[in-house]
Design a protein around this ligand. Structure first.
Ligand code: ADP
Length: 269
């Protein structure tokens, strides 16, 4: 081969190496930025409940302990703060595993109708507190078998239904529906008639720590990770998640999941 070509090849190699290096540096920078942002968010999230707990404990030490009713009330509030911290740490643990792809899904076949009912039982008290009715489309009382990671799908259902209660209105309604999409897929839809979400906020909902209400003052505030976790779990299943919402009217979150053939649902349709 003529020497010039070699030189050209070499130059190409050098250039490629150079851009690869640049790319690598860029990627490291992005990662570093991401890490910094993540840590910033984490400490911010932890501060509110920590200060709450500290506040109640200090007040107790400074004398409130003498009063029996106040003592109990403040200890309970401090306990709530600790509970909240535990939720946040658990969510952080989950999102970290999901984001580094460290979470192995354990697939099994299970009845999604039963799972939805279990989640309803679990969240009944929370819904009762706001007089929200949890309704399941009774048309599908028969089992519907799907394939997925049961615990993770339970978490998805829990997060979505908890949100429908948190952002639902007093005396409102949360409705879960299972819809036959194709022979192999169903759509699980969770809808509420709560506060709804303004259009411009919808694209960012699934980002970690994103909240429409930035004040963080709402008593019901979660970790801001619920929907990010939901999205990761659904994507790890190679399924899809959708959201539709109208401000002041309500919201609808739905996800697809693989259905087993020979379900009663097929016979019904
Ligand atoms: P968190 O609820 O802990 O703030 P999420 O990731 O679960 O975090 O939700 C992100 C944001 O999306 C919420 O802060 C809220 O503003 C909005 N949101 C989620 N679900 C609903 C819903 N069903 N109705 C109205 N807004 C919702």
């Amino acid at each position: 081969q003529p020497i010039t070509t070699d030189m050209e090849a070499l130059t190409r190699e050098v250039k490629k190496f150079a851009t690869d290096k640049k790319l690598e540096i860029e990627m490291l920078k992005v990662r570093e930025e991401y890490r910094r942002e993540f840590l910033g968010n984490v400490s911010h999230e932890l501060k509110t409940p920590l200060f709450t707990v500290q506040g109640y404990l200090s007040t107790l030490i400074d004398g409130a302990m003498e009063d029996k009713t106040i003592r109990k009330k403040y200890l309970k509030r401090a306990e709530k703060g600790v509970e909240r911290l535990i939720y946040i740490v658990e969510d952080l643990d989950m999102i970290t595993k999901l984001e580094v792809g460290d979470l192995n899904l354990e697939f099994s076949e299970f009845d999604i109708v039963e799972l939805i009912q279990n989640v309803f039982d679990l969240l009944e008290m929370k819904a009762d507190k706001k007089k929200i009715t949890l309704a399941f489309d009774n048309y599908h009382i028969q089992p519907i078998f799907v394939r997925g990671d049961k615990d993770k799908i339970q978490q998805v259902l829990e997060n979505l239904i908890v949100n429908s209660i948190k952002y639902g209105k007093e005396g409102g309604l949360t409705e879960v529906r299972v819809i036959n999409l194709t022979k192999k897929k169903i759509l699980v839809r969770i809808s509420d008639n709560g506060e709804g979400i303004e259009k411009q906020n919808i694209p960012r909902l699934f980002e970690r720590f994103y909240r429409v209400d930035k004040s963080g003052s709402r008593s019901e505030g979660g970790s801001g990770l619920g929907l990010a976790i939901v999205k990761h779990i659904i994507e790890a299943h190679k399924e899809k998640i959708y959201v539709e919402s109208e401000f002041g009217i309500g919201s609808e979150f739905s996800f697809t999941i693989k259905k087993l053939l020979q379900n009663n649902l097929d016979i019904l349709d």
